[in-house]
Design a protein around this ligand. Structure first.
Ligand code: ATP
Ligand code: MG
Length: 367
């Protein structure tokens, strides 16, 4: 398991953040390698990813790996302010610049001087502010509202978005020139469902972090609970996983997290699109999902039905060869044969249908 340790940041005290990060799935390892390559430079980075995929965490990590690590890291949510306010907040203002500007104030660019400015939800920035931002990035100086004096700034800009900015450009909501300015390096964070190898390491990471915070002793997690976590689609990504673990620890008893302790949202997004690419990795998880469906349907005689289905599938997979079927299932040939006969898959002293023969011998049975 790959864990990175970062200096704790006081600004992050409310959530389990930034002391250790998990990058275990091959996709995450590739991202980490890319991130480590680009972090030391001063290049602008555009971080793209669904909600909760770790965009801010990645931005902080870039900052911490750069020469600016001991300078300020200022994170700003561009979507959280009105147009007039975001302008004043970004670039600062002089006293009396507008009604309510009772004193002069430095903007975020000045605050971040020498360090890194993280512009979150950049796609929400109003067009008029986008022009000004572009100018600041080009000129490397800001002019406070109500002032004529330009202030030189040395700020590395990292931006994040959960929408494809290309679409916003086509729709006329985002400036293409600003996009190219910000997108010198492009880091795309995969949704958690596309990096299943991270799910259990992250789970362990959050269990450790939260049980420590809650003053709990050792907490373990059952195999069934692990399967449930692995087979879920995580629409809210890592943030959702973190919340689920936190909540589960509050209700779990005896220091063991069981399957039913995990309350996952009903907003399931079935993973049909990437079914084939995931099937090897998640075969057990898929099986578990199938069982869940059967349990929900409360079909009777489930044990026998499942055994029959397994036998039939293995027999088909083995091209109707009993020896191969038995080997595949780890059963003796006798047991396999008896079962196949009982299921009506093998007829005693009868030739199987032509399409089933596949060059095999006649089935002679004496039971
Ligand atoms: N690789 C990781 N290892 C450990 N924890 C992580 C990792 N990535 C994200 N997290 C945790 O998941 C939570 C969500 O991460 P973050 O806030 O960076 O996501 P985001 O993409 O900015 O989300 P949003 O779009 O909702 O703003 C945070 O608590 C963060 O610490
Ligand atoms: Mg964020």
């Amino acid at each position: 398991m790959q864990l990175l340790t970062l200096p704790p940041s006081p600004a992050l005290a409310t959530s389990i953040r930034a002391t250790a990060q998990v990058f275990e799935d091959p996709k995450s390892q590739a991202l980490l390698a890319h991130l480590q390559q680009v972090a030391p430079s001063d290049a602008s980075v555009l971080i793209i990813g669904e909600t909760g995929t770790g965009k801010e965490l990645v931005a902080r990590h870039i900052h911490n790996l750069s020469a600016r690590r001991n300078r300020p890291f200022v994170a700003v949510n561009c979507g959280a302010f009105s147009e007039s306010l975001v302008e004043a907040e970004l670039f600062g203002h002089e006293k009396g610049a507008f009604t309510g500007a009772l004193s002069a104030k430095a903007g975020w660019f000045e605050e971040a001087n020498g360090g890194t400015l993280f512009l979150d939800e950049i796609g929400d920035l109003p067009m008029a502010i986008q022009v000004k931002l572009l100018r600041v990035l080009q000129e490397r100086e800001v002019v406070r509202l109500g002032s004529r004096k330009s202030i030189p700034i040395d700020v590395r800009v990292l931006a994040a978005t959960n929408v494809q900015l290309e679409k916003a450009i086509n729709a006329g909501h985002f400036r293409e020139d600003l996009y190219y300015r910000l997108d010198v390096v492009n880091l795309e964070l995969s949704p958690l469902r596309d990096r299943p190898g991270d799910i259990l390491p992250l789970t362990r990471h959050f269990i450790n972090a939260y049980s420590q915070r809650l003053g709990y002793g050792d907490i373990t997690i059952s195999k069934e609970a692990e399967l449930k976590l692995r087979s879920y689609s995580w629409p809210g990504n890592i943030r959702e996983l973190e919340n689920v673990i936190h909540h589960t620890l509050l209700i779990c008893r005896n220091g063991v997290i069981e399957r039913d302790d995990l309350r996952l949202s009903n907003m399931r997004i079935e993973r049909q699109d990437d079914y084939h690419s995931q099937v090897d990795d998640c075969a057990e998880a898929l099986l578990d999902r199938a069982f869940q469906k059967l349990f929900d349907q409360q079909a009777g005689a489930l044990h026998e039905k499942v055994e029959d289905a397994l036998m039939r599938a293995a027999y088909r997979f083995s091209h109707y060869n009993q020896v191969h079927t038995a080997a595949l299932l780890g059963l003796s040939r006798n047991v396999t044969r008896t079962r196949l006969i009982k299921m009506g898959e093998l007829a005693v002293n009868k030739r199987r249908p032509a399409e089933n023969i596949q060059g095999e011998r006649l089935v002679q049975l004496s039971i």
